[in-house]
Design a protein around this ligand. Sequence first.
Ligand code: NOJ
Length: 747
Amino acid sequence: MNTVKATLLLLACTLSLHAQKGKNDKKIKPKKEFVAELMAKMTVDEKIAQTVQYTADGTVTGPKTGINYIDEIKKGNVGSILNATGVKYTNMLQKLNLENSRLKIPLIFGYDVIHGYKTIFPITLGEAATWDLSAVELSARVAAAEAAANGVHWTFAPMVDISRDPRWGRVSEGSGEDTYLGTQLAVARVKGFQGNDLASINTVMACTKHFAAYGAAEAGRDYNTVDMSERTLREMYLPPFKATVDAGVGSFMTSFNEIAGVPATASKFLLTDILKKEWGFDGFVVTDYTAINELIPHGVAKDSAQAGELALKAGVDMDMVGGIYMKNLKKLLKEGKVTEAQINDACRRVLEAKYDLGLFENPYRYNDEKREKEVTYKKEHLDAALDVAKKSMVLLKNSNNVLPLHKEQKVAFVGPLVNDEWNIIGSWAASGDRYGYAVSVQEGVNKIITDKSKVTFDKGVEIIDSRRDMMKAALDNARKADVIVAVMGEFENMSGEAASRTDIDLPGIQKEFLSELKKLGKPVVLVLMNGRPLTLTWENENMDAILEAWFPGTMGGDAIAQTLYGLNVPSGKLPMTFPRNVGQVPIYYNHKNTGRPYLGAGDPEQKYKSRYIDVDNSPLYPFGYGLSYTKFDYSNLKLSSQTLNYSTKIKVSVDVANEGNFDGEEVVQLYIQDEVGSVTRPVKELKGFKKVFLKKGEKKTVEFEITADDLRFYNIDMKFVAEPGDFKVFIGGDSATKLQDKFVLVN
Ligand code: NOJ
């Protein structure tokens, strides 16, 4: 059993000890009955209050509204508060609320717990690079346990936005470009956050966001316009959302963008027709931050009343921060513009969520200061964060096996992130502490290397500003070393919300410093921390090794140091394509063929093909790519049959051999191409993956199954079907694999 699985099991046991409900719980009626009886007593104003959420003084991520949440709570006008955390604070607000709520309806506290609460795990994109569902579930479970122990009921995660554009800063918060991988990870996260019982004191309600297609913002600019076909929307962008509904997610968040002219927050098509009716979602829908107000600048509402009307009719149940529902719903009801049934439905959904969380049984069940202390930063949580961080490391290059380093080598560690405790935990790190808590690379290395004459640490340059006065000292030490390790990247806040970039090179003068280091003639290893794919063409040509560490979290420095010194063998694989230059963006592996596909340098026709004249079509590093210190060989691809029908299966098997000198894990990936369809189909689509551990010299047969269900898509009539015909199967260690076979789907 691998370490993450073992930790998961252990945590499941310890957490379930705490899973019993609070001691002071009241006995109450079953949900539907309880909520119906409560609503029968509620006035319209009280019902509207349940649809209102205001922010406390914590992290503010949007325009200021001037609304004082304390005053509003005192007026009994609030159903939910975001950005209030900690047992003391939430306890105080809950008390204030209950004293002012005629029917004693508790508040629900929401917070962005994205990749950990206090114990911070790698950023979501880094977690996706693990391709390890148990690891990701574990991360969400730990985050939930810590958040719930700190008075939080509800997290605004998972973010399941597929994105093919690394300019968009929020790729750091998602699982990358692929629908299949993204769907599996979305479900793992919901399971981790919610567990089996929302009322347990170690789970939180999850919120799938941002519905929908936010990751397709034009030119990667945050909040920008989205326009796409319904086919692409349903096939590429919606599946992770749908999967979380099937996994029982409690809430959904709308997105800021418009799609085909309709802002998502006013989209009846998305919120009611698809989410609530077609998928049968019975949780509640919250907007993103002031997203109802933003219907005015979007240009679909002339004033706040019209914005509120559009949102409620579309299916929005809770107004985040903007105050539009509070200001307008009663008036809209009087004018006959919205119905009481619409308000009732929104209110019922919110109350039912509060019921599920156990808040009616005991509104203070998550408010235990002793538990808060015990659970936060527990040793098991830090161990789990280290495990997951180690699994997220992606080795992009390793010429002449410069990695792993040996303890006897003299190593010069340089770069702005070498002794960093701030950026290493990444953006959107909730309540995660930085200085004094996060392990830096320097600290991690010092734990491994006891002979201090073997290592030096110098900053050399900053991330962004171009001061050069520290460079000389760093170069002097580097000159005396056997190997140079440069730890570089982005500031944590260069990715995340409102952090789009048009230039995705290493920022500042870091590259200039790297070229100075290279001139010393020593092997140079580049360790990267960043929240998105970067353009690394120069680095790939000039560095000896490159390790992509993302922002690896609280234990990040240990994870990186252990990987550099071979105590961890990297096994991460890219969840997003790395372009050669930004002009190739959007670039993704499951693109269409076009009518004039370019066959590469050997293509006899170079002109009039779908290609660039200044750079190859291929990416620098493809989706699914990642090296190891060992070497895996794939052979003997076999299909149990060359024919599939609608009720049979094909077994696909492949032998994977570890032919190198280290034990290691490999993510075996299976892709399919539908060669001819009633509409054009991608050149390849991920349909399965398995992570296998192989001792050195070991060989294993890895098996997959294919059924007609795996081949479904929206055909020319927008029916979700598998069409008979020829298919290719590819297996390998990344999406560029050529190892393939064929089969036919017959009626
Ligand atoms: C805006 C972000 O888009 C969303 O992801 C987040 O959950 C909310 N702010 C609340 O902080």
